[in-house]
Design a protein around this ligand. Structure first.
Ligand SMILES: Nc1ncnc2c1ncn2[C@@H]1O[C@H](COP(=O)(O)OP(=O)(O)OP(=O)(O)O)[C@@H](O)[C@H]1O
Length: 516
């Protein structure tokens, strides 16, 4: 909870918060009453923190500010509608009573959504925290990359006119106004996805071309950026379509809450009337009843030619935890994979970040050779690049003469931090089938002839050793076999590899082919 003159910018490298002073109160700076009210607000904050604990406080009240104050009414502000309803539903009584304990004249506390002067965060902490609380099914976290080390450092948010989404979506997770098509760097790895995204954002009502559009890539390669760019662009278009941007986790949480509050009908009614549904992190959608609801929604929107855009960390046919009906509908549109950025793209991402940073602080600079050095060495994803850039900016404020060697030292943890290329079971099946001159259909069929049994067992063994998939999952991908069959195949090939040098070389060769 912050005093009324501070904007939180989060926790950084040293774990401390960095605060920047921007007036937030409706009262004039310098008013005596302002100081008095700030002090009151601070006291209530301290009591609230003591009452709910540090973690809950940090999750829900870290960005609560004192907005204005009259004799009997205190108005507090938060940056998102979501946070407002969360606090209203769960903590308003407590906050009101804490204020009343300090100032008995206070009758009411109101929570408002402030018009942010800085870009909204990407979908984040409070939504996922809420879901973890309300629907503990979604434990997987979306970001494995470095946390924003220094959003505190000026320059990570574009100049004022770009920061605000033209409109906020009807419902759902907040949009980050920095995520636009303009700030999205195009290259061979994402050109098709970008073109499809722009077509959708520009399309008029009824001009549904790729439906649903399914964008997939491994982490940090710009899916969220692209999805939010679609939503931001559609919202600012003259057509004023009704746009909903949601993470799958938010969807789950929202439905779970609506069902609990007997409010599912009105939620469905709201969703029924939208023009564009954008769903991020689809891999986290879990739970039978929620998937059922999602399936109805998807069917209804697709059948009435409303556009749906989905992103996930894998292709629709690989979303094994999804209800087969949902998976099948998702496969009915266009799936586009985005690859990692090449050197030119990485350099451009860094250059654009620097331009934005300079617009906020003209004295900032990072020499071109350092930028290109970073672009050459941080190859993993946009998220690692973002982390590297933030580190550099942060460091340059107190180490103005950064050398390439020093940069290497600072970014050592990010160099080569990319995940190894994700191997897919279908790639394994394709390579193995080709190598042994059988068809992929035969590999997954029930045929038990010698020519196909051994390649199948090898493919199962490789699926277990090269992918994180479980025995039952692999069984399903090989024609719905039982997990014990997979287990048997893996053990058998392991034993053979230990004693048969020829087979062991063959397996090594297959691994190389699969990883190519
Ligand atoms: N082509 C790009 N142009 C500009 N910025 C990019 C690009 N690709 C990624 N980024 C930046 O990299 C960061 C991570 O991207 P984003 O969150 O969109 O990835 P993601 O694919 O959704 O990751 P996850 O799978 O973890 O959800 C963001 O700051 C984003 O702006």
């Amino acid at each position: 909870m912050q005093a009324n003159t501070a904007t939180s910018v989060g926790a950084y490298a040293n774990g401390e918060s960095v605060l920047k002073a921007v007036p937030a109160s409706s009262e004039k700076p310098g008013d005596k009453s302002e100081t008095k009210h700030d002090a009151l607000f601070e006291r209530v904050s301290t009591r609230l923190k003591a009452q709910v604990g540090q973690d809950v406080f940090a999750s829900w009240f870290g960005r609560l500010k004192l907005h204005s104050y009259s004799k009997t009414v205190v108005r507090l502000s938060v940056p998102t509608t979501f946070l407002k309803s969360w606090i209203n539903n769960r903590y308003l009584e407590l906050i009101t009573s804490l204020f009343q304990q300090e100032e008995p004249e206070i009758l009411k506390v109101e929570i408002l959504v402030r018009t942010a002067t800085r870009g909204a965060r990407p979908v984040g902490v409070e939504e996922t925290a809420a879901i973890a609380d309300a629907a503990p099914v979604a434990q997987a976290r979306r970001s494995t990359g470095p946390q924003p080390i220094a959003q505190a450092v000026s320059g990570l948010t574009p100049p004022a006119p770009l920061r605000q989404p033209a409109q906020t979506p009807l419902f759902g997770s907040p949009l980050d106004a920095r995520y636009t098509f303009d700030s999205f760097v195009e290259g061979s790895s994402n050109r098709v996805a970008l073109a499809a995204a722009k077509t959708i954002a520009e399309a008029g009502a009824g001009a549904v071309r790729f439906n649903p559009l399914f964008i997939h890539s491994s982490v940090g390669l710009g899916k969220t950026h692209l999805l939010q760019a679609i939503a931001n662009a559609a919202l600012s278009s003259a057509r004023s379509p009704r746009v909903v941007y949601l993470t799958a986790e938010y969807f789950m949480w929202r439905f779970a809450t609506a069902i609990r509050d007997n409010d599912a009908l009105s939620l469905k009614e709201t969703l029924r009337n939208i023009d564009l549904l954008v769903i991020d992190d689809m891999q986290f959608l879990q739970g039978n009843s929620i998937q059922n609801e999602f399936c109805h929604l998807l069917n209804m929107l697709l059948d009435s030619a409303k556009q749906v855009v989905v992103a996930a960390d894998r292709a629709p046919w690989e979303l094994e935890s999804l209800d087969p009906r949902v998976r099948s509908r998702l496969q009915g549109g266009v799936a586009i994979e985005m690859e990692g950025p090449d050197y030119e793209m990485r350099l451009e991402i860094l250059q654009r970040r620097l331009e934005v940073a300079k617009q906020e602080d003209g004295s900032l600079d990072i020499p071109a050779e350092i930028l290109s050095h970073v672009a050459r060495n941080i190859t993993a994803s946009g998220r690692e690049l973002e982390g590297a850039f933030n580190q550099l900016l942060f460091r340059r404020t107190f180490e103005p003469q950064l050398t390439v060697e020093r940069v290497d030292e600072l970014l050592a943890h990010l160099v080569g931090a990319g995940e190894p290329r994700r191997v897919r079971i279908e790639d394994i099946q394709r390579v193995v089938a080709k190598h042994y001159n059988v068809s992929r259909q035969e590999l997954v069929s029930s045929r038990r002839t010698r020519v196909v049994v051994m390649p199948r067992q090898i493919a199962m063994y490789l699926s277990k050793t090269l992918t994180p998939r479980s025995f039952p999952e692999i069984g399903r991908r090989f024609g719905g076999r039982d997990h014990t069959t997979v287990l048997h195949a893996v053990r058998k090939i392991e034993d053979l590899v230990a004693s048969d040098t020829k087979l062991s070389h063959e397996i090594e060769l297959l691994k190389r082919l699969i990883n190519e």
